[in-house]
Design a protein around this ligand. Structure first.
Ligand code: NAP
Length: 313
């Protein structure tokens, strides 16, 4: 396939991008999905997925996205590794600048997803990989029979804290309010888990290291009393929300105040022929199932756009 002949480029290979790719490949659009590493997105960091329809016993995050990739490739979706570093309109087409070259397409779906937010406390940056982690699935097994801290009160923090109880002797969950944001079933599970101690209305103010530069504890503050105390832990897992991956979009499409891509109801961005799908899009709910819906929607829009604006060869 000559690069100038591409109908559609999809940037990002998580559930939204892979679903867009599946639909576009079946519509016989000449499509390339560009993914920085291997396809999967944040779901790869999720140990177990219990709320994706069709898997009554649940499914591992890895298996779920691997099945999505296989399904898209069965219809000949072209998946390429590459880092998109810039986008620009060039007449009827869009130029996609990659770290090692350039491709062009008639239209584009942005499905770059999101990545974990940093907490921003002293010690955090210096100890990433030395006790500070943003992925329990990746790093949990390193914390067998020791105490760990988890920060956050959303679905991710609670799911990952529950996963960590398989390894750690005790999991201290720090949440800045006295009510969890996580959904009902997860709230029930965490409050019933004897290995988890929830530190309500509490925040970390510092992560402390030992002489080897590894995490040895945290300093925390009770927001109701103002009291500060120290707690010895060997790992600190941060789950304080996600931020959109939009470095390559600067100046190309409109972003909201938090940096998410603004779209209309049909996922059209501020740029003609460009849609956004999945976690990168400004929207209220971020689930695998909603990302998949976005991906299908965006691919249909791309197909219609090409039919309306170009003659299909
Ligand atoms: P989230 O829902 O935005 O929750 C972030 C949590 O971190 C909140 O509890 C928030 O506290 C806390 N937080 C934020 N900034 C903080 C700070 N500076 N200091 C201390 N705490 C801070 O993020 P998420 O849990 O990663 O979830 C992201 C999206 O993915 C959500 O839409 C979620 O529903 C979805 N998700 C779904 C599943 C599932 O369905 N199984 C699993 C994972 C994620 P407050 O509550 O006080 O704001």
């Amino acid at each position: 396939m000559s690069e100038a002949d591409l109908d559609l480029v999809i940037v990002g290979g998580g559930p939204a991008g892979l679903t867009a790719g599946l639909y576009a490949a079946r519509a016989r659009l000449r499509t390339r999905l560009v993914e920085m590493l291997s396809p999967g997105g944040q779901v790869l960091n999720t140990h177990w997925v219990d709320n994706y329809p069709g898997f009554p016993e649940g499914v591992s995050g890895f298996e779920l996205v691997d099945r999505m990739r296989q399904q898209a490739e069965r219809f000949d979706l072209d998946i390429a590794s590459g880092e998109v570093i810039g986008l620009e309109r060039d007449g009827d087409s869009i130029r996609i600048r990659l770290a090692d070259g350039e491709i062009a397409a008639k239209c584009l779906i942005i499905a770059t997803g999101s990545q974990p937010q940093k907490l921003g406390v002293p010690g955090e940056a210096a100890m990433i990989g030395k006790g500070v982690s943003y992925c329990a699935t990746c790093d949990g097994p390193f914390y067998r029979d020791v105490e760990v801290a988890v920060v956050g009160g959303g679905d991710t923090a609670v799911e990952e804290a529950l996963f960590l109880t398989r390894f750690a002797s005790r999991v201290h969950l720090f949440h800045r309010r006295d009510e969890l944001r996580a959904t009902g079933i997860l709230r029930e599970k965490i409050l019933a888990e004897p290995k988890v101690e929830v530190h309500w209305s509490s925040v970390l103010t510092e992560i402390r290291s030992n002489d080897a530069g590894m995490v040895r504890g945290v300093r925390c503050r009770d927001l109701k009393t103002g009291d500060e105390s120290d707690l010895a832990v060997e790992g600190v897992f941060m789950f304080v929300g996600m931020k959109p991956v939009t470095a390559c979009l600067a100046g190309f499409v409109e972003l909201d105040h938090a940096g998410f891509v603004v779209t209309d109801d049909l996922l059209q961005t501020s740029q003609t022929g460009v849609w956004a799908a999945g976690d990168v899009r400004a929207k209220k709910f971020r689930q695998i199932s909603t990302a998949v819906g976005d991906g299908a929607n965006a691919a249909f829009m791309a197909e219609k756009y090409i039919e309306d604006h170009f003659s299909r060869r």
